[in-house]
Design a protein around this ligand. Structure first.
Ligand SMILES: [Zn+2]
Length: 428
């Protein structure tokens, strides 16, 4: 950082540099050059003071920070310490204490997720914490509520953990109305099926539960999943509420011309919608599989399965039928728990039926044998590029667009609010 500063880059002047005490005989070794005169320097014993002063002047900064990072400065020591499975041994984050506020729990609602998972959510009197107004706080599960000993009407302390996610920390005053600790109902609020317990959470076991179906459809059409043009959440909501679409597969069998005459569905919108749906049929298997919303089969696991040779969904059904855990465990990155879930899910009638329907609709359930294309890292995933001007190495410039698409990106012909990148060539 000192070197960058010397070159003229703007570098934070709020850095602290700490060295071992002189009596250790080591301080000479840790002399650094290019120290900014504004930087704090001191021995290890002054680290506490530094953290205290940074915590105090945090509010005066023109940008938000949620903590400090403490790192070993010597690169050879970093090499020596190395990494654990997920973090370096030579760096650690210091998080500031979360800002808190006191409010009252007005009610506790229940959300049913796309996998049937039940999440209680506290509706609280709007309270301002760390610059934003909080009125909903997740309570995770029954166990969490029991530990808090929480009832409707209680006054609670709410914090923004990591300064992002609001959490109920503790009850500060019990309600005076005599409400006792809140309990989850025995049945699903959406479909009335009796709830079951799996691990720490309650689940609605009914696969055709309206709340789950809605969640699955919303997940499936989303931009980072199947990315169906013209098919936004409002359209989905409308189609579900009208009963036109009852599950993912219905998206492909519904006759969109029937929407003619409904408010908001002009012929242009209908054309866009049905073309978007048609186009999404060509999405590759590596995108279809994680879009199905099968628990734990996200993009990462889908990619591991494909790279591990499971290029056809039928491979997964075969494995599930024979209970062949070993073949799954042979894939690096797939552990006991995921293997168990894959076998359970791909044995379930609902997953079998869903895949069957989508296959009939023409969706891809086989990833083509490894060609160069399949091995390209999807570095432009979720990005929208607009290309303009001309290029020496991409003639015509649509060749540049093809390279972007191969790597997971999308191209558009004009810049809109959704465009994330502009690639400008000569005379553009
Ligand atoms: Zn339900």
């Amino acid at each position: 950082m000192g070197y960058l500063r010397k070159l003229g880059f703007k570098v934070s002047s709020r850095v602290g540099y700490f060295f071992p005490p002189a009596e250790s005989g080591n301080s000479e070794k840790f002399k650094v050059t290019h120290i900014d005169p504004l930087w704090f320097t001191g021995g290890f014993d002054s680290l506490g003071d530094y953290i205290k002063s940074r915590t105090e002047d945090r509010e005066t900064l023109p940008y938000e920070i949620d903590g400090l990072v403490i790192k070993v400065n010597e690169t050879d020591v970093r090499d020596f310490l190395g990494f654990t499975g997920h973090h370096p041994r030579w760096a650690i984050a210091y998080k500031f204490e979360s800002p808190e506020g006191i409010t009252e729990v007005l009610d506790i609602d229940i959300q049913v997720g796309r996998t049937g998972r039940i999440t209680p959510v506290a509706r609280v009197s709007p309270v301002s914490i760390g610059g934003s107004t909080i009125s909903n706080v997740t309570l995770h599960n029954q166990e969490y509520i029991n530990i808090l000993d929480l009832a409707v009407g209680d006054s609670v302390t709410v914090s923004k953990r990591g300064d992002v996610i609001p959490a109920v920390e503790r009850v500060v005053e019990k309600n005076e109305k005599g409400y006792s600790v809140w309990k989850l109902p025995k049945s699903c609020p959406s479909c009335k099926a009796p709830l079951i317990v799996k691990g720490a959470h309650h689940f609605c076991p009914n696969n055709s539960c309206p709340a789950q179906v809605k969640g699955r459809i919303f997940f499936f059409i989303a931009r980072n999943q199947m990315d169906i043009d013209g098919f936004g959440p409002e359209t989905a909501e409308f189609l579900i509420n009208k009963g036109f679409v009852k599950d993912i597969a219905d998206i492909y069998s519904f006759d969109y011309s029937k929407l003619e005459g409904y408010p908001g569905f002009g012929s242009k919108k209908i054309k866009l919608l049905s073309e978007g749906v048609k186009k999404s049929i060509t999405q590759p298997y590596r995108r279809v599989l994680p879009s199905l919303g099968i628990p734990e089969i996200g993009k990462k696991v889908a990619e591991l399965l494909i790279q591990g040779g499971f290029r056809d969904v039928e491979d997964l059904f075969t494995i599930a039928e024979s209970g062949d855990r070993e073949s799954l465990l042979a894939i690096k990155g797939i552990g006991e728990r995921i293997a168990e879930i894959i076998i359970e899910e791909f044995s379930s009638d609902s997953v079998i039926a869903m895949v069957e329907k989508l296959k009939n609709a023409g969706l891809n359930f086989i990833e083509e044998e490894s060609s160069d294309l399949n091995d390209l890292l999807q570095v432009f995933e979720g990005q929208v590029w607009c290309i303009t001007g001309s290029f020496e190495n991409f003639k015509p410039r649509t060749l540049a667009g093809e390279e972007i698409v191969k790597r997971g990106g999308r191209t558009v012909s004009a810049v809109t609010g959704k465009t994330t990148h502009l690639l400008a060539g000569e005379s553009s």
